[in-house]
Every structure is written in structure tokens, then in C-alpha cells.
Design a protein around this ligand. Sequence first.
Ligand code: NAD
Length: 483
Amino acid sequence: MDTQPTASHYIGGRPTEDTAGAPLVSFYPATGAEIARLHAATPAVVEQALSAAETARAGWAAMTGSERGRILRRAAEIMRDRNRDLSILETMDTGKPLQETLVADAASGADCLEYFGAIAAGLTGEHIPLGADFAYTIREPLGLCVGIGAWNYPTQIACWKAAPALACGNTMVFKPSEVTPLGALKLAEILTEAGLPAGVFNVVQGFGEVGAALVADPRVAKVSLTGSVPTGRKVYAAAAAGMKNVTMELGGKSPLIVFDDANLEDAVSAAINGNFYSSGQVCSNGTRVFVQKGILPSFLDRLKARTEAATIGDPLDEATNFGPMVSEAQRDIALAYIAKGVEEGARLVTGGGAHALGGLFLEPTVFAEVTDEMTIAREEIFGPVMSVLAFETEEEALARANATEFGLAAGVFTRDLARAHRVVAAFEAGTCWINTYNLTPIEMPFGGVKASGVGRENAHAAIDHYSQLKSVYVGMTPVEAPF
Ligand code: NAD
């Protein structure tokens, strides 16, 4: 497959290049082979993208919701038709197994385009009766939106931001992560093919400073970031200076609580999905697995056996279900945390370091006897490192689960229905699961509380973050004044 795009950026409905920009290279994580050589946006490219999006704004906003929706739905169809090619590209850009990308990346992007394409025509204000008078609200787009992505779900993140933004009549400049520049360019091409007017969705490549330049521009009305908490703090502050709207999808250290009465195999499956999918590089992962003492020995036995049965290897082989880390930097971060876990006294159940395949491959790693104070239980690792913590009572598990600055996600496994709902009600987390984990269908709002974020993506909830209401009071009666 030809992985080198025609040009680094996509602006005003066409590929755009400026070779003066700093080199930006994408590697296939499984082999280290260079798959694309691009350039970061220069200030001239950033300006070109912002002005294209600004120019396209009025025309796009003036179209009807049904016209906008039809384009998004057509783009969803094209994405589905090309799912295999897009998945191979995503696998090469990220290193995630093709087995995953075939079902989770372009496919979920298509779901998102389809969902917002379907509701675009129904986005309205409301009529408010006020006796003889009345008021109404007009749902307006925010204007020019900036999307900034992380590297773990490049295509999905681009769609999760573009689709609701465009459905509401906004335009967007999207900056993918410098680690995974390719998926968003494909989305831009597909949207053009589906009939999107030039300039409505633009992609510029670059490192943090390109993101910062976009956020600082006075023409930008809204910024949606998917990234780490430290980046989120910077971007939120910069957006606040310009009084801009934000959506912040940030990191986590989410708890998964498994009670004695849980279905053991399902709970182990959820712990595996919630720690080792995408080699652990998932923001909502349940990396603190609290297991009640009665079930702990059997849970660890099954977890060890099943984790050791992972098929680790070439991500393009569809039999592979555990791939390499995305980059050397991310591999080294995970290795350092594994070393810290050992040093601080956690017990290694399985894994514990580099995989025999070498390169960016790590072993899926499980620590038991982890305590709340240990570094691996407190900090986001963003790698295949699971911490299992023992607990006795519901009250204790909840208190410990919530004792973190993060609040992205949380899960509970129990056959006791009342307890399940009581526990999720008490979780300080934006996205919760009962007897499953990490499912994020487009129909369900997704996002975090506390340091994990602001706002919600997906579902109807996203509309509130990409539109604003104008209130109009209509006087139908004579106007009285005191003098
Ligand atoms: P990161 O914070 O390093 O980078 C995210 C993006 O921000 C990149 O595109 C980067 O270039 C850009 N950026 C960096 N500095 C910037 C600045 N000052 N101004 C504007 N943009 C800037 O994150 P990452 O390493 O790409 O991704 C991993 C992190 O993302 C993890 O913490 C993970 O939990 C989080 N994440 C969250 C979600 C979610 O939906 N909540 C999803 C995926 C990843």
C-alpha cells in the first residue's frame, strides 16, 4: 500500500504542501520502517488553513441541516466501503493490530459521521410561550472550530470532532498528533468526495506549537482537544484567554471494581479489554482493577492464563491481537513504570518488560498486591500495565476508586443489580460501565470529570458543545414604560 500522502496538509478542499516546514515522519511501529515523510505546518500554512475555514463558514452555516447531513452520511458510506484500506493505513500509522482497526477505527468514524449526519436536520431551537408574548431560541454554530488529536485513535478522534462540528454548521481546522498524521488526511479527502464544500474541514500537521498557534488565533471560537492532562491544562488556559469554548478529552486512571459475585470470565475479559486493547494505549482503560478478596485467587489465575495466551506479532496479520507500542517514547515510559512497580514492591503476575520480538513490542503486564500509594496505581501509564488491588468492602472500594485526580471512566462487575447502580452513582467518573468495559458507541455520551476533561463527545450531548443558543423575545403587546 502506498502510505505516502500527496501532501502534508489538506486545505481549501485540496492537498497542500510547504516543504519549508519541519520534517514530520511516520513510522510503522512494528518494524520501524518509514511510511510517510511530511512537513509540519509553517505559519503561512496555519494562516492558509484558518482563512480557508473562516471563508467557508458563512456558506456552510447557511446550508440546511439536511444538506449538511447528507454529505456526512455519504462520507460514512465511503468510509465503510474503504474500511479495509483505511484500517491497514491506521495499523501502519499506529501499530495497532489490524484485527482491531478493522472494527474500531474507520468503522467507528463512519458510525459517527452517520449519527451526526442523521440528526443534522433536526437541530433546532425551541418555542417558549410567555402569555401574550413569546420567545424562541435559534441554535447557531459556534463558528471556526479547532480540533487537536492524540495518536491512539487518529481516525476516530478526527471523526468524533469533525462530525458534530460540521453537523452544527461549524467549520474546522484539525491538527492530528505528530505521531500519526495519516488518518485525518484520508477523512478530509473522503469528505471532499462526499461533497463537502472547500474549506469546511481542513487538516494541518505539526507539533505542539502548531496546535498552540491555532488555539491562540482570535478567529477560533472553539477548541476540542484529545490529549494528556498537562497539555489539556495549557490548551484550556490559552482558550480561556480568548474566552473560547472548549471540549477537553484527557487522560485517566480509571477503576474497575470486581465483586465476589461477578461472572469471573466476563470480569477477566473486561480487565483484558480494558488494559491490553491497543497495547494499553486507551484513555478510558480500567488500569486499577480492584478485586474483592474472595474471588482474587481465581481471578488472578484466569487473568494470567488468558494474558499469556495473547497472540503477539505482526499487526498486519489478522491473527495478531496484541501489537507494539506506538513509539520509542511511549515504550520507554511504559518500561519505566514497570520498573517502578517492581521497585515499589508490587508482585509481577505476568509480563514485566520488553517482548522477545524486540523493537517496540512489550509484554502485557499484570501486577498484583498493588497498593494505592504506588506510582503505578496513581499515574496514567498509557501502556499494557494492569494493577490489581485487593479490597474487602464496597464502601472501601468506592473510596479508593475515587481517590484520584482523574475521572474519565469507571466500571463495576457484580450480579447484584442494586449494588451495581449504587456503585456507578457514587463513581466520580464521566463514563461508567456495568458488567462490561470500554464500549463507547456513538449513541452514548463520552467524556470525563475532574482532571479528565470538560464537555462530552458523541451522542446528542455533543451538539451542546458545538452550537450556541440565541434567545429572541418577541413582544406582542404595547410596551409600557415608567415615564
Ligand atoms: P499529548 O497531550 O502529548 O498531545 C495531544 C495533542 O496535543 C497532540 O496533537 C499534540 O501535538 C498537541 N499539543 C501538544 N502541546 C500543545 C499545546 N501547547 N497547544 C496545543 N496543542 C498541543 O497526548 P498524546 O500523547 O498524543 O496522547 C495520549 C494522551 O491522550 C493520554 O493522556 C490519553 O489518556 C489521552 N487521550 C484521551 C482520550 C479521551 O477521549 N479522553 C482519548 C485518547 C487519548
